[in-house]
Design a protein around this ligand. Structure first.
Ligand code: 5GP
Length: 238
């Protein structure tokens, strides 16, 4: 079914298929942070990220959010719709952490009255710089209508995922989304939703159950990925 590898990123490989409108995404255990400066392996991560992302995208589809998901093919591989990626990282935050806490000199953990949405320019050579919507327009990364739609979708996704994770005993602190255009221009959610792209804190203890354990050398990285996946599976079985 796989034809040729058309892209290899930090955490995934993408293959073409017989169908020009479909691609196969294959998740790796490789982990990087700080724009590739820190490199490592998180054993089993590819399997967890593939399965978690698919469960969450299925839930989002059920709630009316269009995604690139077609179906899971194996532990590490998923068939997705081919999209043209909008070169924006769309970040939603519910709680101060990471670059927000650093940029504004505030402690991690402060809960916002309203979620925030921000855009970064998806460009490794520039280090994914923060970007205001008018600059995204000036650079012709997306149209005004697309930006409005992406922001509205991101906020809706946040409400759905926040409630879902709360049921699993996990606080959804912040996360990064990527969107793509189908051939007809429809905007759909693409990329992945996983502990690589979300900050997930245990609701009771505040324990970090995401990639910050790798970024910050906190130890127990594999165990955290397994724990958060187990919570999700248990919730799915209920
Ligand atoms: P921050 O801007 O605080 O570093 O990240 C905010 C959220 O977006 C975190 O959940 C983080 O995991 C995610 N995020 C931001 N940039 C990237 C990126 O380049 N790759 C991945 N995997 N996640 C990112």
């Amino acid at each position: 079914m796989k034809k040729e590898m058309i892209y290899e990123g930090k955490a995934k490989k993408v293959w073409s298929t017989e169908d020009p409108d479909q691609l196969i995404v294959s998740y790796k255990d490789d982990a990087t942070a700080f724009n590739g400066l820190k490199k490592g392996t998180i054993r089993g991560k590819g399997v967890i990220n593939n399965q978690m992302s698919n469960i969450l995208m299925k839930r989002l589809e059920e709630a009316g959010i269009p995604t690139h998901l077609i179906r899971e093919l194996s532990e590490r591989e998923t068939l997705v719709k081919r999209v043209e990626i909008v070169p924006l990282e769309v970040i939603v935050r519910n709680i101060a952490a990471g670059s927000f806490a650093k940029r504004y000199g505030v402690q991690e953990g402060g809960v916002f009255d309203e979620p925030t949405v921000e855009f970064s320019y998806k460009n490794d050579a520039l280090g994914d710089p923060l970007l205001c919507p008018s600059h995204a327009l000036a650079l012709k990364l997306a149209t005004k209508e697309e930006l409005a739609e992406i922001e509205a979708m991101a906020l809706k996704i946040n409400e759905i995922l926040k409630a879902f994770w709360a049921d699993c005993g996990v606080r959804l602190v912040d996360f990064k989304l990527e969107f793509g255009r189908l051939k007809d221009g429809t905007i759909v959610l693409a990329d992945e939703i996983s502990p690589d792209t979300c900050r997930l804190w245990d609701s009771a203890t505040g324990k970090k159950l995401d990639k910050d354990r790798f970024r910050r050398d906190l130890g127990g990285v594999e165990d955290a990925y397994i724990e958060v996946m187990d919570r999700l599976r248990k919730h799915e079985e209920e």
